[in-house]
Design a binder for this molecule. Structure first.
Ligand code: ADP
Ligand code: MG
Length: 256
């Protein structure tokens, strides 16, 4: 049975997509069967997994509108080592179209039930908003992984996200919990980052993952080659940190 996780943070550019594709590649490296669901109309997780978003005939958009099943719409990325339910600009329209439909926040959840025995992990890359798309992600998931940069405003944004997760937990999806906070783009030479990192541990305790993802240029270069950093340059510090993180996730869930 797949364990389903959202990679979420309503801020843009905090490392959600990088975390999604590299965690997926890391889990695939340790033998797990993984599906990445791209819920962002920018389609960065799709492209970053080596799948051309412009060439897709079926995407997560068709799944949300029940024009296609996940089995029909998913594609395999042999290079990345996992399956992808892709997204492109078309998905931006779903926001409006879903409003009038029944079970509009449970569309992805309903669709995932058909494939849940085929995967060990489903990772959902959320858009930078607390929208109907993100809500579909949160309603589908067992847990949320929150990537964050250790900067001053990061803590402020976190309380909005934590409140949203609490509300979804109370009203829509009782299974939902925060699995952990992942410190990304970390630079230990910056005092403020160390301080915020300590504050995070004080407030959230063992909800903060032990693994820290360093700022590493190879992780930023990888998407332009259509590869997760873990595949693009496995020896890089960033790639090694994500493989370590995949192991930590797996252990934390008791499935290592
Ligand atoms: P989001 O999905 O939250 O918008 P991204 O994963 O796209 O964020 O990351 C934003 C930018 O930062 C991208 O250009 C990405 O390549 C870069 N980036 C992400 N993580 C790292 C890292 N650990 N080191 C260096 N660059 C990174
Ligand atoms: Mg993104």
């Amino acid at each position: 049975m797949a364990r389903i996780f959202c990679i979420a943070n309503q801020k843009g550019g905090v490392g959600k997509t990088t975390t999604t594709v590299n965690l997926a590649a890391g889990l695939s490296k340790i033998g797990k069967r993984v599906l990445v669901v791209d819920l962002d109309p920018q389609g960065n997780a799709t492209m970053g997994s080596g799948v051309d978003k412009r060439a897709l005939t079926l995407t997560v958009y068709d799944v949300l509108l029940e024009n296609a099943s996940i089995v029909e719409a998913r594609v395999r990325s042999d290079k990345a080592g996992y399956d992808v339910l892709g997204a492109n600009r078309e998905l931006a329209g779903a926001e409006v179209e879903l409003v009038q439909l029944e079970r509009r926040d449970k569309r992805l959840r309903d669709a995932l039930t058909a494939v849940q025995t085929e995967y060990d992990f489903v990772l959902i890359d959320c858009p930078p908003s607390l929208s109907m798309l993100t809500l579909n992600g949160l309603c589908s998931a067992h847990g949320v992984v929150v990537p964050m940069q250790c900067e001053y405003f990061a803590l402020e944004g976190l309380s909005d996200l934590v409140n949203t997760i609490k509300q979804v937990h109370a009203n829509l999806n009782p299974e939902l919990e925060i699995i952990g906070l992942l410190r990304v783009m970390f630079d230990p030479r910056i005092t403020l980052q160390q301080q915020v990192s300590e504050q995070l541990k004080t407030h959230f305790g063992d909800k903060v993952f032990n693994t820290v993802i360093p700022r590493n240029v190879r992780l930023a270069e990888a998407p332009s080659y259509g590869l997760p950093g873990v595949v693009f340059d496995p020896a890089s510090k960033g790639a090694q940190a994500f493989v370590e993180f995949a192991q930590e996730m797996s252990q934390r869930l008791g499935s290592a």
